[in-house]
Design a protein around this ligand. Sequence first.
Ligand code: GLA
Length: 384
Amino acid sequence: MTLERAAGLFRATFGVAPQAAASAPGRVNLIGEHTDYNGGPVLPVAVAARTVVAVGPAPDGLLEVISTRDGALARIAYREANPGSWGWALYLAGVMRELRAVGAVPDGGGARVAVASDLPAGAGLASSAALTVAAAKALSLLSGARLDPRPLAGVAFRAEHDHAGVACGIMDQMISALARPGRALLLECASLASRHIPVRARLLLVDTGVRRDLAAVAFNERRAECDAAVARLKLELPELVWLASWPAAWLPRLKRALAEPLKSRALHVVGETARTRFGAQLLARGRLKQFGELLFESHDSCRQLYDCSTPELDLVVATARRAGALGARLTGAGWGGAVLLLVDRRREARVVAAVQRAFRRAFGREPPVSVVQPSAGVRRERLR
Ligand code: GLA
């Protein structure tokens, strides 16, 4: 369906058929929040909702982009400096530049791009990573280059980080590129070592509907705090490169060395790192009750130490816990977005009803609840 919409938009806009297409999914992180850019582990799954990118050639240096969401055609000279007016096309300009750097730019040097997606934007499901990963795949197909999932994730990451100026970590692009159906990805973000872990669990997503512009500002502020914590901790341990590598046994020393708020931020990162590695083992063994306890702990840490929660997220987590969910936590950057629930099927209806009732009473509306189906990563889409 989404493929037909992207290909149809391409034909309607450019008057010719697209020559290649690819799709990539959004993600939900099970545990390991704000650890990726600190060199720690993450444990995301890809969701079923995907972004499809259909592409064709264009004259050198020219990028023409359109999406079903924003029906206006943007024509940009993607090799020139970014003017503020490029909007979301900036992500695609970044992809083109990065593909150039790895010798996988489409023949002719330019491209036409049409995008369709069933991922909601701004809901904390990493829709921008789905866009850049799918675009990197489709555009590299146009060049005839075969880029494996990891180099694709690298192109997508640098497009967002270096060109679109979002100080994100590597989690979203890696899961969008490497995901397997029914599996979570344990990714160590310092070494990029990864392992696929079967998910035999009922997972739900509660979207609080809170979209905060504040998120980008607060996110960059947290990153700066983490860097400042590393700079200070290097006086204790000169070899320290990543905050997540601080030895868990040295927490008293960390507490003595850092003042607030750096102390709280660092305690979150070190604690979340241990929880995520342990959580991956529990999930692999199907120990869902203990895994769920770690999800609650992770949420408390995000709320109290990393200060990235909201009243809406907290209400959903607390209500789900009282109603018998095995685990619940905010997922993604925080400051809005969605809550992940881990439930026993026998308690599912009760938990969902309790969450919706409490949310309606507090905020006057019912949050949408959906099932998380761990899905496949980036793939080529065959055009008919
Ligand atoms: C955002 C970033 C990710 C990660 C999460 C927090 O989604 O894009 O790289 O840092 O926040 O875990």
